[in-house]
Design a protein around this ligand. Sequence first.
Ligand SMILES: [Fe+2]
Length: 561
Amino acid sequence: MKVLGIWDGHDSGAAIIEDNRILFAMNEERLTRRKLEIIFPAGSIEACLKNSNTSCAEIIEIAVSTSDFAKTLTRIFPSLKEAYYMIRRRKAEPASSSKIKKHLKYKLTEIPPSKITNFISRCYLRNRLQKIGFKNFNLHLIDHHHCHAVSAFCSGFDRSTVITLDGLGDGLSGSVYRFERGELYRVSAIPASHSLGVFFEHVTNLMNMRELEDEGKVMALANYAYPVDDNNNPMIDLMQIKNLSVRCRYSSLAMYDALKKIFWKYPSEQFAFMAQRTLEIKILELVKNAVNKTGIDNLCLAGGVFSNVKVNRLIRNLPEVNRCYVFPHMGDGGLPIGAAFALNNRLNGVSQISLEDVFLGPRYSDNEVEQALVHCGISYKKSENIINEVAQIITSGEIVFWFQGRMEIGPRSLGARSIIARPDSLEIKDRLNLQLKKRVWYQPFCPSMLEEDAKEILIDYDGNPNEFMTMAYQVRKSKRNLVQGVINIDGSCRPQILKRKSILLSYLLEEIKKLTGTGILLNTSFNIHGEPLVCSPEDAIKTFLLTGNRYMAINNYLVTQ
Ligand SMILES: [Fe+2]
């Protein structure tokens, strides 16, 4: 039986699964070209149907995440979320009434679902789905944090402690579950009014960065601070961990004001440092309590807060933790998959899903690629061996735009739509940052590496290849010259660790290793900073032309300009 999962909020999207496999999944931003798109994901739903050869009539079971008050309100009045989206992304100036609106937003988003919001959400969603062509179907509303938690089905663990943490959704900002014998049991629910995610959102916003998007920049900037001792960090007392819950001293908006007062006193990088340190301390405490309570030392983590790779590294290295799995699409963009998992579990009892890679989006044939290349009149040739040719180009010091196979889902570029280069050059790093990607200088690039090299260069590699760039690792001092373009100032990096012959990029890493002695690449997302990852050949060509880079490898075609 095929099950369709939908999420129609921040980073909306759709996923279709059958038995224990995800057939297709994508987020709407890749189609509309608006990063972290918020509209109803009609395009993603249609892509799910088309790419899995499914008709509307075949879909009987549809799962949608979240039906709290605020979500329901924005379903009826989409202009409300559009206005917030435009302000959040700095596309529109906030009006003078924005403080009141912000206050209202935080208050309303904390209200959990009710019979009325469920009823209104159902009416709205039925209507939208009928317009696409679905007729006889069962519509299921699935709790927001449950959708995050079921991502534990992909971990491969039989038993685990599952923790979800995010801004908020369906009245909660987090939860703790015990996953055992194919069942998830909720052991704690953290109220939305006490949110570690909202705390970090406020910090991001105060630093004039985009909340829900630039939290990684805060984490990166923190590395440049002169450290503040925990005893002198005023943020630590703003929250307390009480057993399996979080208690904030202030309401959401009062928390913003309290942070504003702290921000005034410190340089930005120290403010970022104190926030990152506070987040780390609180989450580690919560994790220890959770493992202690469930008695299970394998951890599964999901929710936007776990996009923080430094926090995840600390969790992985806790003596209380055996194995740690972070769902690759940990934020709300992963909710369509979660909704489909949850419903499939409820209807068919499936609780183990194979997720060997995240190449779940569309694929384009050589024919389609060639048509796009001809259409734009760009110079190209078909390569006899694209991997060999790209390896040669990269080792000569050039940057290559790499477009191969099915598009990846999630926040990281993992080898289907990537920009790749040597990892050992500061000059290439600066060229990428300033000319091509237009990113801030303190945000590091990340490496993809063969597992055999990970063992050599990472101090805290635990023998479990992390293919999804969900955690930081520390690089040995003696090896830092090999990866100076892809490490933080503190010597950490966020690697994609690949076994030989696993995905196409691993074959390229093997070729690079033959030429340079190490199988490591700089791997960053194929986009201009602030835009979604490229999806189609047309998107790729447009970005390639716009940046003026020399080389692009798209399927078996080598494009030069
Ligand atoms: Fe969430």
